[in-house]
Ligand binder design. Structure first.
Ligand code: GUN
Ligand code: ZN
Length: 499
């Protein structure tokens, strides 16, 4: 196996990918190197945190000078680095210009010849607005080319890796078929292609669906690359859904346009009075100083800042995986754009898939907003509480854990928003940090109430006294919710604090 997973959270993981030029720790960001341009050197990128880079073999192939250097010295000699190098095939040019002057076999053989660490066939990225029959036709051709690439690859028989890109536009069944076929080929590396137009237009819900449909067919041990995703604002979300690699041309493209990347989104340099960053560039310059520099110097410095923030975000994500707080990190990152918020809510539809990945042992539960309800810890708790067997005839369920006088409320169970019925120290209810009942969102009460209702119904031969706070009583009344016969509501008096 070339890919070893060492830590997990949600569907994300920290992994190690073995390449002929060394091991890459994931999640990893591959900066795009344009072999035609002198920009930030690979040596400098390595210092910033790059462990692998990506370049385009089609651009090299078309330029006689670059081609000769690459044939003589390999792609590593051409870009003057011993870091692992992935080479793309010209598919992106195919998408942008509609045509390329190369065939699959030639470009795959060329990538082999120049000693690429990760070889990419000439897949066809179908645009999102294509009909299902166009997408299907493109996919058939992509699958044929991947098969051909695998056969060429097997003949070379060294340890370089071969990628099988997944296409299928926005059609779930085509994405699943593409992923299934790619997995059957036993490729080493699985890029999810054709998502750039979705990312560029902020169609994050579509991106999430594409990723999750693909993940549902790939083995969990497969390294997954989100092709062309280079904006740090989407990294945490994509990692949480199981993407291991990103490639960024964004750092350079945005710099060219005087745009400054942050995890909250993109800023125009001209609008910035202060830099919200302490990277070496932002430490050495004020926005005003940077604006005054000649274009090429400014572009280089902006490019560096853009890379620094991107690598910083990768580290933040890795640390969150180690701490098992990736849900919390994503829930905070999605606040930077409304379409990210709505996109993340799509995970509700994929709970069973996420369940297969998300490790169940976690330290705690930190509520950040209604999306926290979608965490698996919640549904796992609901299942567990329904499986409890009760011996007594009557029970007290209290909506307050701690009374106003500081005493622990005497009760057999407690009622919490989100989790519903919890036993004293029962994880995660017992270790959950939630806003007070008075201030929490209705959705959180609703989720908790549904759990309570299932619990009462499941134990219909027992009697329950529900000691509820005003907030709960109001909630139940305003929604005209009915409780089963075995439950009796007692509104507990809330002692006002002396001021
Ligand atoms: N770069 C961005 N998107 C794609 C894609 O779908 N395929 C390939 N090969 N490269 C890409
Ligand atoms: Zn900076």
């Amino acid at each position: 196996m070339n890919f070893e997973i060492t830590a997990k959270d949600v569907m994300g993981r920290i992994g190690r990918l073995k390449t002929p030029h060394g091991i890459v720790e994931t999640p990893a960001l591959m900066p795009v190197i344009n072999p035609n341009l002198k920009f930030i050197s690979v040596k400098e990128m390595k210092k910033m945190g790059a462990q692998i880079v990506i370049t385009n073999s089609y651009i090299i192939y078309r330029n006689e000078n670059l081609k000769q250097i690459a044939i003589e010295k390999g792609v590593h000699g051409l870009i003057e680095s011993d870091l692992p190098v992935m080479t793309d095939s010209g598919s992106y040019q195919l998408m942008v210009y509609g045509d390329v002057e190369i065939d699959n076999r030639t470009i795959v053989e060329f990538q082999n010849q120049i000693c690429s660490d990760i070889v990419v066939p000439l897949d066809i990225p179908t645009p999102p607005n294509a009909s299902i029959s166009e997408a299907e036709k493109d996919l058939k051709e992509t699958l044929k080319r991947e098969k051909e690439a695998m056969e060429l690859h097997e003949r070379i028989d060294d340890n370089r890796l071969i990628a099988a890109p997944v296409q299928g536009a926005v059609y779930p069944e085509l994405r699943r078929l593409s992923a299934k076929r790619a997995a059957e080929l036993r490729a080493d590396f699985y890029p999810i292609g054709g998502v750039v137009p979705l990312l560029d237009t902020y169609r994050f819900s579509d991106v999430i669906r594409v990723i999750l449909e693909v993940k549902s067919e790939l083995p969990p041990s497969a390294p997954v690359h989100l092709f062309g995703a280079g904006h740090p604002m989407v990294f945490a979300m994509a990692v949480a859904l199981g993407c291991d690699f990103f490639d960024s041309a964004a750092y350079a493209l945005y710099a060219k346009d005087d745009r400054y990347l942050t995890v909250q989104g993109t800023k125009k340099l001209e609008e910035l009075q202060y830099f919200p960053c302490s990277c070496p560039v932002c430490n050495d310059f004020t926005p005003r100083e940077l604006k005054k520099l000649p274009k090429d110097e400014r572009q280089l410095l902006l490019g560096k800042h853009n890379l620094y923030v991107s690598f910083e975000e990768i580290n933040v994500i890795k640390q969150a995986i180690k701490e098992k707080s990736l849900f919390e990190l994503v829930e905070s990152r999605i606040r930077s754009h409304p379409y990210l918020v709505s996109a993340w809510r799509v995970i509700k539809e994929y709970k069973d898939l996420i369940e297969l990945y998300d490790p169940s042992a976690k330290q705690g539960f930190f509520y950040t907003g209604i999306e926290s309800i979608y965490r698996l810890a919640v549904q796992r708790h609901h299942r567990r509480i329904l499986n409890l067997s009760l011996d007594e005839k009557r029970y007290v369920i209290s909506a307050k854990h701690v009374l106003e006088d500081g005493q622990t409320a005497q009760a057999d169970f407690y009622l919490l928003p989100v989790f519903g019925v919890v036993v004293g120290e029962f994880y995660p209810g017992g270790h959950a940090e939630l806003p007070e009942d008075e201030y929490i969102e209705e959705e959180a009460l609703e989720e908790g109430f549904n759990c309570l209702l299932d619990f009462l119904k499941k134990n219909r031969d027992k009697g329950f006294e529900l000691r509820l706070t005003k907030r709960w009583v109001d909630f139940i009344r305003s929604r005209r919710l009915k409780l089963p016969e075995n439950a009796e509501i007692v509104e507990i008096e809330e002692v006002k604090r002396d001021n």
